[in-house]
Design a binder for this molecule. Structure first.
Ligand SMILES: CC(C)(COP(=O)(O)OP(=O)(O)OC[C@H]1O[C@@H](n2cnc3c(N)ncnc32)[C@H](O)[C@@H]1OP(=O)(O)O)[C@@H](O)C(=O)NCCC(=O)NCCS
Length: 374
């Protein structure tokens, strides 16, 4: 009998040069760089270069990639029409998944993995995904869709399209660091999903649409939305202890807590926590971070579990005035670089993913009884 690893825990499914999650020590590397070395020192665009080309760019290389990204911002009219006509109460992450799939219908030449257009497709997706999310958010409110601009960074451009106003430097930098922290994370569920799809030699758009579907779940990227819902439900610092005790008694999962790989603190969490403390105190809404810190403390004491990336990012986005149902789409915007880099890596050394399963069903040799006699 073969050994079954439920949830593929502990299984090494392939090699990668992109990200390494050291769960025992709580260290995350992108192409050999510790996330603590990158966060706050390099822009998201530099990280995109790092993931696509396996090294940080010099200024000329960064300028070239930045121009390539900004040149791709315009969406096909058919996709804009879809964003305008999608149900206003649809979940933005569902609209995003569908729009990525649609983008593939406007880009037929890039479906053939032999064409060598895959890096161009990756750049296009990194560039367009934020436009998709912001345009849908505008359209569902019945607002005009601002023309895309070429003079703003990825983070600033997203905030600009959302609000119609160029954001403050501080807001831009906050989102930029959040993008850096979310860009890559090894074989997490959505990246693995994208690589599985790519391994069949399907196309980039199909791989990414599937990845977005995986990200959406509350056990993965959907957790950041769950965190804000939880904080709103708890309401005040005084209610935290009783609420958490009750949730644990009911064996509920506390969103933003726990991780499959990290057995110590997720190294991204302190960066986001620091940003959340600063932003909430500026807004005079320190209670959100105080509640979060108390929840994290109880979970450490009671279950030995730590906060993960989603726990504090929720408060950061909330403080940037971003609606809750755009939190997971923002995760997708940032992770687009990691997903597409993984798809490119998969194709560079492809082998079809095809694991086995352990059969535990009815005994073998069942006989078909005619339908009238069943
Ligand atoms: C991330 C996650 C899916 C990892 O799951 P996993 O590795 O399969 O771990 P399990 O679900 O088997 O949990 C192991 C134990 O810790 C507990 N646990 C794990 N995360 C928990 C949480 N967030 N709240 C309460 N208990 C939790 C489980 O109940 C289980 O306890 P038990 O052994 O007493 O039954 C899980 O921690 C979780 O659901 N977290 C909340 C969602 C979230 O924040 N996801 C984003 C991840 S970046």
């Amino acid at each position: 009998m073969s050994v079954v690893s439920k949830g593929l825990e502990g299984i090494v499914a392939a090699e990668t040069r992109l990200g390494e999650v050291n769960g025992a020590e709580g260290i995350l590397f992108y192409c050999g760089y510790d996330i603590n070395e990158l966060a706050g020192k390099v822009s998201y665009e530099e990280v995109v270069h790092l993931l696509f080309y396996n090294r940080l760019p010099n200024q000329a290389e960064l300028d070239k990639l930045t121009m390539a990204l900004r040149a791709e911002r315009e969406l096909p009219q058919g996709v804009i029409d879809f964003l305008k006509s999608a149900p206003k109460n649809a979940r933005p992450i569902d609209v995003m998944r569908t729009a990525v799939s649609m983008l593939g219908c406007y880009d037929m030449k890039r479906h053939d993995v032999e064409v060598g257009e895959n890096l161009a497709t990756a750049i296009r997706l990194v560039s367009q995904i934020g436009v998709v999310a912001a345009y849908f958010h505008r359209a569902r409110q019945g607002l005009e869709l601002p023309e895309v601009r070429k003079d703003l960074s990825e983070a600033a451009h997203f905030l600009y399209l959302m609000s119609g106003e160029v954001p403050s430097k501080e807001a831009e930098q906050t989102l930029d660091v959040a993008y850096v922290l979310h860009a890559e994370h090894g074989f997490n569920a959505s990246t693995f999903t994208a690589r599985v799809v790519a391994s069949t030699l399907s196309d980039m758009y199909s791989a990414i649409s599937a990845g977005i579907g995986a990200l959406k779940g509350p056990l993965h990227g959907g957790a950041n939305e769950g965190v804000i819902h939880m904080l709103q439900e708890i309401g005040s610092l005084e209610n935290v202890d009783a609420w958490v005790e009750d949730a644990l008694a009911q064996k509920k999962k506390i969103m933003g807590i726990g991780h499959r790989v990290y057995k110590v603190l997720d190294p991204r969490a302190p960066h986001l926590c620091e940003m959340a403390i600063k932003l909430t105190s500026q807004l005079g809404e320190a209670k959100w971070i105080q509640m979060s810190e108390r929840i994290a403390e109880i979970m450490r004491e009671r279950k030995g579990l730590n906060a993960n990336v989603d726990f504090y990012s929720a408060t950061v986005y909330y403080s940037l005035d971003i609606p809750t149902d755009l939190f997971t789409p923002i995760f997708a915007i940032a992770r687009m670089s990691g997903w597409t880099a993984h798809v490119l890596e998969q194709w560079s050394e492809n082998r079809l993913f095809r694991p086995l399963s352990e059969y535990v069903g009815r005994p073998y040799g069942q006989k078909v009884v005619p339908i009238a006699k069943r």
